[in-house]
Design a protein around this ligand. Structure first.
Ligand SMILES: NC(=O)c1ccc[n+]([C@@H]2O[C@H](COP(=O)([O-])OP(=O)(O)OC[C@H]3O[C@@H](n4cnc5c(N)ncnc54)[C@H](OP(=O)(O)O)[C@@H]3O)[C@@H](O)[C@H]2O)c1
Length: 431
């Protein structure tokens, strides 16, 4: 293969980053590979918009679908976004026309990855998406080339910078979720519509991809159990901080005897674990495998530079001629995803209860826990606000099952001793 001709569709934050990086590294590419990857054509919505980079020497396309099948490119670089519409159509067209595709689009791969991988592999072209999972962190390369000899048993990631920033700020400043979210939006760290981020969906898109790579299963976004961070309170963060935990929004995939668990939810992690120390907008992915125990990669999960670095890394792998199966395992050999049901999940739990100050209330709660075989590791009566009417109580349980916790709390909620609904956060252990 000679020089690689790139067509870039989408010239926003990531697209412009890719243009700058490819243009500035030409000499290095030629030194390294004795050939280069060069941009020949570009596309976005607006031709006239000033993007702070010169596009004069590239052929302009008004329609990404035309660029996708143009004979002037070898690689279609999709940096538009969205799981349907123009992104899905143009990527499909590119693959069908024998073009390699590099994308940063996690939603597209999480929803249509298997279907697109089939087209890519049938046409002997690459479909690569390192930037789609944790931005600048080269997690897919590590999984496909370094950890590949090992059997992966557990993956956990902090993969949404907005959520991590909000949780870190809530913890540092003792402020509530809504207040910190509003500030993050004002600073441009959170979208005007933050649902995708704070609701855990963005993390789930990335997790769906990692699960397939780790376990050789078909990508199955719809099976992921998802809870966001909207219900986390400053009070829970303070209480759990005193107990030695930090709260993180984790995307997790684990092999269990019941199948593979895929879940996204706020989790308590021991302050002594390395994942607990991943703060602010940073991302991290932790992998546990049989021969390697735990390793963790941490870094920037978004932004022009980090994301462009991953996109161009993929392009250079194609330049080197390293065309591999899209999900490590050839798509025809991916196994159907076998879902472990959430109510069979086992772990420790933090439970926060606002108990009415009535005789027998605590005894009744303890009895309910015993009824469902839930062993209590600690039960702490927090200081009330001086009104003596409601007593905040926090409980840490020993390892138990989700179904027992849910059943016990349903009864406790109905027993009439609580001033408001119980709150629960799962505890995650790391080797
Ligand atoms: N930003 C990050 O840090 C980051 C990190 C990891 C992954 N990603 C992923 O990278 C992708 C791009 O993100 P971004 O942040 O660069 O987005 P962005 O700044 O919003 O840019 C999107 C680009 O797509 C173009 N576009 C929109 N509709 C189009 C259409 N119908 N035809 C052609 N072009 C169209 C826009 O054109 P105009 O400029 O003319 O409007 C714009 O240039 C997304 O899949 C995102 O999830 C982003």
């Amino acid at each position: 293969m000679g020089n690689l001709r790139l067509g870039i569709a989408g010239l926003g934050t990531v697209g412009v980053g890719v243009v700058k990086l490819v243009e500035s590294r030409q000499e290095a590419f030629i030194n390294m590979f004795n050939k280069t990857a060069m941009i020949t054509a570009v596309n976005a919505r607006s031709k006239s918009r000033d993007r702070g980079v010169s596009l004069d020497k590239f052929e302009w396309f008004d329609d990404a679908r035309e660029l996708a099948k143009s004979s002037s490119i070898d690689v279609f670089v999709e940096l538009i976004g969205g799981d349907e519409g123009i992104a899905r159509e143009s990527v499909t067209i590119a693959l069908e026309n024998g073009k390699h595709v590099v994308t940063a689009n996690k939603a597209l791969i999480a929803k249509h990855g298997v279907e697109l991988a089939k087209i890519a592999e049938a046409n002997n072209v690459a479909l690569m998406f390192e930037a789609a999972v944790a931005g600048g962190i080269p997690i897919i390369r590590v999984m496909s080339q370094s950890v590949i000899a090992n059997e992966i048993t557990h993956i956990a990631g902090i993969m949404n910078g907005t959520c991590n920033y909000i949780l870190t700020t809530m913890a540092k400043e003792g402020r509530d979720f809504k207040d910190v979210l509003a500030e993050a939006q004002a600073k441009g760290y959170a979208e005007a519509d933050p649902t995708f981020d704070v609701g855990g969906i963005d993390t789930a898109h990335k997790l769906a991809i990692l699960t397939s790579l780790a376990f050789g299963t078909e990508v199955d976004f719809d099976s992921i159990y998802i809870e966001g961070i909207e219900e986390n309170t400053a009070e829970d963060i303070k209480n759990t901080d005193n107990l030695g935990f930090n709260i993180k929004l984790l995307g997790m995939a684990l092999k269990t005897p019941n199948g593979i668990e895929q879940r996204v939810h706020p989790a308590l992690v021991a302050k002594t674990s390395s994942i607990a120390a991943v703060d602010d907008v940073n991302n991290a992915v932790y992998i546990e495998s049989k021969m390697l125990d735990g390793i963790m990669l941490e870094g920037k999960g978004a932004g022009e530079g980090p994301t462009a670095s991953s996109v161009v890394g993929d392009i250079l792998q194609i330049l080197r001629g390293q065309i591999e199966p899209v999900f490590i395992t050839p798509v025809a050999k991916l196994k159907p995803y076998e879902k472990a049901r959430m109510n069979r999940h086992e772990g420790g739990y933090y439970i926060a209860l606002n108990v009415k100050n009535k005789v027998g209330a605590l005894a009744a709660i303890s009895e309910r826990m015993a009824e469902f075989d839930i062993s209590i590791d600690s039960l702490i009566q927090q200081k009330d606000d001086g009104d003596d009417v409601v007593i905040p109580v926090t409980i840490i349980t020993e390892e138990t099952s989700e179904s027992e916790i849910r059943a016990a709390l349903k009864k406790i909620d109905n027993d009439g001793f609580l001033a408001s609904h119980s709150r629960v956060i799962r505890i995650e252990k790391f080797a």
